[in-house]
Design a protein around this ligand. Structure first.
Ligand SMILES: *Cc1c(COP(=O)(O)O)cnc(C)c1O
Length: 402
């Protein structure tokens, strides 16, 4: 399910560029794909909203029936504003101070704790009066094995599975009520065995917590960025994960909900970023297309060396040529090297695909450039959901004292 070149050109003409466009029905399709894949488990999906937090996207997720995963107290408040009840909110912060955890507790959301020190403070203060989830670092390595790295901390996230004895001591002495265990290995995982290995570790961890109600397997679902990329086979993953839970239930008599926190999977492909070719610049070795945007609007290529498919929607049938697509920021600002694109003329619109996740969300006003507008296409209608920055926005919150 995609928006056509013609539709995108119309939106660019109507709302101007640079422009982020999100396709509601594509988000719905992705959500339903997940639901269907895990229909044989007791599953719940929490949209990892840091991927895209426009309030309309949050409301749409709420209407779809999704739950939501938040990494800051402000995301929690946005989620509440979008209509999520606290029970549907999971708060998974990292390296926040204790008062932010307490603020989440006061709002009644599900708490995911990923630090021994916080766990201890929480237990000392609240005992078992408020259920919690513990985030583990399972030290999983892709490729069929997990690596146990004693004494070497390789990630700031989660509590190492090797600290289990310490956790148990805290739980025992404070009476903490551990309702969930969580892992999120983070990467674009296309090998579903990585999830299944993680699940085996989670089942081992579960033995230490008699009151467990859910196992949260995080995210890491891969979406195709390259033309020839594969995405995580969620249907296969769903079947295998549900089987594993059934088997576990048969062996132990214990039945858990399975939780996931997809961000990218739900919104990446639903997003389009449209820019205009300002100039064509031929140097001795390279033909540059300089567009009216930069890493201040879409940082993934410069930040993660991410690949985004680019098409010339103004001249889709032009002769393909090789271009290096750059932004207009005064800093190395390359979107794509040596990319085959239909001939680009000055003034043409280019589209970046898969721009829904970590696109607008990571934008800035660097170079005193204005942030783009955002449009939601829903039921065939184009709705402006954020107006383009104006000059005054650059001065907002500044205090002129001179
Ligand atoms: C970012 C994040 C996710 C989402 O990751 P995606 O790759 O966007 O699916 C899920 N869970 C947690 C805890 C996260 O921090």
């Amino acid at each position: 399910m995609t928006l056509s070149h013609t539709q995108l050109v119309e939106l660019a003409n109507r709302f101007g560029t640079p422009l982020y466009v999100y396709h509601a029905e594509k988000i719905k399709e992705q959500y339903e794909t997940l639901q269907k894949a895990f229909e044989n488990c007791n599953s719940r999906f929490f949209y990892a909203c840091k991927a895209l937090t426009n309030i309309n996207i949050l409301k749409y997720m709420e209407q779809l029936g999704a739950n939501i995963d938040c990494v800051s107290i402000h995301e929690v408040n946005l989620a509440l504003k979008a209509g999520f009840t606290p029970e549907r909110i999971l708060f998974t912060p990292n390296c926040v101070d204790f008062t932010e955890i307490e603020a989440g507790k006061d709002l009644g959301v599900n708490l995911n704790i990923d630090n021994i020190s916080i766990l201890e403070q929480f237990g000392n203060k609240y005992g078992g009066s408020y259920p919690i989830c513990i985030r583990f670092n399972p030290h999983i390595m892709g490729g069929g094995n997990y690596k146990i790295s004693t004494g070497h901390v390789d990630s700031k996230f989660g509590i190492s599975i090797h600290q289990m004895r310490h956790i148990e001591r805290i739980v025992k002495s404070t009476g903490l009520n551990v309702k969930g265990v969580h892992m999120h290995t983070g990467s674009d995982i296309k090998d579903i065995n990585v999830f299944l290995q993680g699940l085996e570790i989670m089942f081992e961890i579960a033995e230490h917590f008699p009151d467990l109600a859910f196992v949260d397997l995080g995210s890491g679902f891969k979406v195709p960025y390259h033309e020839d990329d594969v995405s995580t086979d969620v249907a296969e993953l769903g079947a295998r994960v549900c089987d594993a839970f059934k088997k576990y239930e048969k062996e132990t008599g214990r039945r858990f909900e399975v939780w996931f926190e997809p961000g990218k999977f739900l919104v990446s492909e639903a997003g389009y970023f449209i820019v205009k070719a300002n100039v064509i610049k031929q140097t001795t070795a390279t033909v540059f297309v300089g567009v009216n945007s930069g890493f201040n609007h879409l940082i993934r290529p410069m930040f993660y060396e991410a690949y985004h498919r680019i098409e010339n929607i103004s001249n889709p049938f032009g002769n393909p040529r090789i271009y290096t697509v750059v932004g207009h920021i005064c800093e190395t600002d390359t979107f794509a090297w040596d990319r085959k694109i239909s001939e680009v003329r000055e003034g043409d619109y280019l589209v970046f695909y898969n721009a829904g996740a970590y696109g607008f969300e990571m934008s800035s006003n660097f170079n005193s450039r204005l942030k783009p507008a955002e449009v939601l296409v829903k039921d065939g209608e184009a709705l402006l959901i954020r107006k383009r920055d104006e000059f005054e926005d650059l001065l907002r919150n500044q205090i002129e004292v001179l």
